[in-house]
Design a protein around this ligand. Structure first.
Ligand SMILES: Nc1ncnc2c1ncn2[C@@H]1O[C@H](COP(=O)(O)OP(=O)(O)O)[C@@H](O)[C@H]1O
Ligand SMILES: [Mg+2]
Length: 387
């Protein structure tokens, strides 16, 4: 199964590009699921179909789903939700309903990742096209499997120990309800799922990210930042979709705008070449419904098959040179002064870049290795270890 994730700044055309891609894929014969993790849902509007909280069959080979977090809370997360609610009651904070829990950030994405894992196993779909919330949130959430498994490994182990002791003694720890076996199983399942999902997300031939942007200054900057962070999280960013490009022959009063646009297009190339850059013109009519989306997909992809992986290089790799182990991380648009490294325990290396951080689980061979240092080589951060 392929997973194609579209992300980018708000309003650039993520939803339209995802829907267009998914529809084209379905018509080409791929069993396709179009899924939105943006709580401000507009997928239904875009394809002009009413979508419910469960998977909707839209057309031949074409299913769609807007993750409905309240529905997810009541079904997938009910054990954990009920435990948190009883925990809060026990602490005198009053209980919390599924609706209230639903505002926890990130729940859409976690639920979406559960679907991805399920369908990756069942083989029901050839491809899932994921439409996401604007960049910031999506980045945080794509790092979730990474972060959550680190916390769960440590926190969960502790809870388990406490539970072992508490169950043998009074059945209560500091007046708080103990998580039941169901809750513990649910947490265990979250952890297992997130570990599996991380493998899917970090497989550069399976999961790829396409960044949608417009030829505008602020949008380009945010896209460059997003690219850096996605590399930090080991996601294969393979293509750019430059949307709302004013056609060259527009002329007239758009002359100045066109000049500006060509400067921005040049900037995009300078920043992202040799990445695959696709464009889609600004359309004159309302971009809504399958017919229009098909047109958009043809404008973006031409004769290309959107299923293909445009570049299969993983942003992260290991190599041993003269007895020194090197970890390479593609990190475009940053300099040494933006990066901080911490070895937080023998197995975990924490990398800070700007406001983002990532914990890297080192391979067994490097657990006891000495961290020699790090430097930039072209757009790659090279971290050196000696065993
Ligand atoms: N190439 C385009 N030409 C004309 N309108 C577009 C184009 N791309 C997107 N739009 C319109 O712009 C609005 C925002 O697009 P959308 O895909 O919802 O962006 P996002 O999901 O990034 O917020 C929608 O009304 C959409 O129909
Ligand atoms: Mg959208």
């Amino acid at each position: 199964m392929r997973l194609i994730i579209y992300t980018g700044k708000g309003g650039v055309g993520k939803t339209s590009a995802s829907a267009a891609t998914a529809y084209k894929l379905s018509k080409m014969g791929y069993r396709t699921l179009l899924m939105s993790t943006d709580s401000a849902h507009s997928l239904g509007d875009s394809i002009d179909v009413d979508l419910g909280p469960t998977i909707e069959h839209v057309a031949w080979n074409f299913d769609a789903l807007e993750i409905d977090i309240i529905h997810e809370m009541r079904t997938r997360w009910s054990d954990i939700q009920q435990y948190i609610s009883s925990f809060m009651t026990s602490q005198g904070m009053g209980d919390i309903s599924a609706e209230e829990m639903a505002i926890f950030p990130g729940m859409e994405m976690v639920s979406a990742l559960f679907y991805v894992n399920t369908f990756n196993k069942s083989g029901e779909y050839d491809v899932i096209v994921m439409d996401t919330a604007p960049t910031g949130e999506t980045l945080r959430l794509l790092s979730f499997p990474d972060v959550s498994s680190w916390y769960l490994d440590r926190g969960f182990g502790l809870i388990k120990k406490l539970l072992g002791i508490a169950r043998m003694t009074v059945g209560k720890v500091m007046d708080m309800p103990l998580p039941s076996n169901d809750v513990m199983n649910s947490i265990e399942e979250v952890k297992r799922n997130m570990d599996e999902v991380r493998d899917i997300l970090e497989d550069p031939r399976k999961t790829t990210v396409r960044l949608v942007l417009n030829p505008e200054r602020m949008v380009i900057r945010e896209t460059m930042r997003a690219y850096t962070y996605l590399c930090l999280y080991n996601k294969n960013v393979e293509a750019l979709v430059v949307n709302r490009v004013i056609p060259e022959d527009a002329g007239g009063f758009l002359e100045d705008k066109l000049k500006e646009q060509s400067r921005y297009m040049q900037k995009i190339h300078e920043a992202f070449d040799p990445m695959r850059i696709m464009t889609c013109p600004m359309m004159k009519t309302e971009l809504r419904g399958l017919e229009k989306l098909e047109l958009m997909a043809d404008l973006i992809y031409g004769d290309d098959d959107p299923y293909r992986v445009y570049s299969d290089g993983s942003p992260m790799s290991f190599e041993t040179v003269d007895g020194v182990d090197c970890l390479y991380m593609k990190m475009p648009f940053v300099s040494t002064s933006d990066v901080e490294l911490f070895r937080i325990d023998p197995t975990t290396l924490m990398i800070h870049v700007g406001s983002q951080k990532r914990n890297i689980q080192l391979p067994d061979t490097l657990i006891s290795a000495e961290l020699l240092g790090a430097e930039f080589k072209d757009d790659k951060l090279v971290i050196r270890f000696r065993r």
